[in-house]
Design a protein around this ligand. Sequence first.
Ligand code: CA
Ligand code: CA
Length: 673
Amino acid sequence: MSLTRNNKDSSVELKEYIDNSAFQDDEEDNISSSQEPRASASAEESAYTQIKPYAGMPKEVLLVYSSQARYRIPREILFWLAVACTLALIALTITLIVLSPACLSWWQTTPVYQIYPRSFKDSDGDGVGDLNGIKEKLSHFQYLNVKAIWISPFYKSPMKDFGYDVEDFRDVDPLFGTMADFDELLSSMHSMGLKLIMDYIPNHTSDKHIWFQLSRNRTEYYSDFYVWVNCTEDKPPNNWLSVFGNSSWTYDPVRGQCYLHQFLKEQPDLNFRNPDVVKEMTDVIHFWLKKGVDGFRMDAVKHILEATHLRNEPQVDPKQPPDTVDTEFELYHDYTYTQVGLHDILRSWRVNLDDYSREPGRYRFMVTESYDYEEIEKTMMYYGTHFAKEADFPFNFYLLDLPDGLSGLRAKELVELWMSNMPKGKWPNWVVGNHDKPRMSSRAGQDYVRVVNMLLLTLPGTPTTYYGEEIGMENVNVSVIQDPFGKFDPNNSRDPQRTPMQWNSTLNAGFSDSKNGTWLDVGPNFATINVEVQQGDPASVLEQYRTLAQLREKEVALTRGWLCYVWADDNVFAFLRELDGLNQVFLVLLNFGQDTETNLSAVSELPDQLSVHFSTQTGTESSFSKSKIRTSKGQGLLLKYSSTKRFHLNHKSECYVSEKACFLSALDILYKC
Ligand SMILES: [Ca+2]
Ligand SMILES: [Ca+2]
């Protein structure tokens, strides 16, 4: 037996005595035929049990105490109880994880706000918006309750197509600021909980890009970076057309060949058949991901690949003289749009984004831009498949056609177009304006601005708001056309929807201090349509946008619930947002026509009386009988009622949900059902 020599003598003696006793005690516990007399053992046991534990008691003594049955048995009971509780907790956690629907990611819980950087805020008085200007106005997004900001291109660019002609994918154009300004902007946004989505423009570069300069003189490695084809100066290789009009081929005297450009001649198409081009463009994605950007809006993706056989594309009107065919819509683009291999490239970029998405809250978002018009099935392919992820969603541009025959039926038709074509389980999204399309307020009319915003914010999925839509900004007839496409076709100039953001009633609508005007004219209505004048006025477009954006985030029936159509006619489109297990249901009535009364008495799931939760117009009644719901021209109504009856159970063909979830009110949680 080892003893600690510096212990007091008495302690040593005691230890020896107790150790012996402990041995005997163990023997007693385990061996029935002990050779020691029982009386003697009992005496010894009784002797040491009288010893009380004391401070500084040596380990050996403590061990003796702890091995006694009266200590050991409770300890073992506690041990096994702890094991059982731990296992039960693990089982409960696994059950909750299995039963819980996937958490929504940031790009699903907030509207996306598009900033056209030339037009948002000018910080240095040159009349053109810039990155520091955006930084000055970040509080606007906190006010709006919008947390995802997409900034249109700010790359270094000769600005032939206002930034969509990129000279350097790794630099900021001096017009917008410096890379340090960008880093500061991103850091400020992140510290405010805002996400930054930027444009990624894969199809082409500027003709000033170093790659094109090296390619046109056949520098090795870069020689095949663009689509070069033999031709003569006056005869293009085929009838392919640029989106901006006329041939998509331009003869380059330096190289003595034609290069392809699906957009301006200053925007040569990259050759994505060349693996080095794919690699270089993938490196660009890494560059910005490493900086911390939260996602990309991938520009003009359907144009990325072209057929290598270079056959003429068929004319829409075969009888039209070929030399008069000069616009995009006069050809079927069988060989220049949506070619085989395109989705493989996009999926590989998605894999790269996923590599940077592993930290919690750092998911990197991807949205694709493609106008496929009546070929919606092509748009839906960008959602990827169950096995191969691609975009989180492709932009849904179909609501942009809402003003063509504006009515309740038209609204339902366009919503249904997306919902019925979207692959099961995917996340919808809605766009009602962007830098390429006339503003909704000018096409549908100012009367419908509120109801369009309400449609956007009450449908399931992610809404995208183009700057100025939150205050009802209108198209502006600018005095001098700046848009290159507008110079080709003035009737379709995109300048009117790109005019400076209207912040207040001061000089240049508070957009710029410039005394020499702004890059595009400020809208003449800026004194009445601006942020400052609308803030705090509950009847304003801005406050209503804000209220609905907050409601959308707060109400689980609006974020995760079913969408069910209940009515559509010339005037009104009405739908329900309901969630299994949640008694609170929203009925949304949107008037895209004239003053009317809607009778929903045939909808048996609705209670007779419905209370008004939100209205875009003041002076609305506080409740309606379901047989007489009055809405006026352009009014949006959000009615609320409590019921356990579920509409979707009896109307499966009228209802959609991305991922079924049920609400367990007892625990206040969602679960898969
Ligand atoms: Ca500026
Ligand atoms: Ca291309």
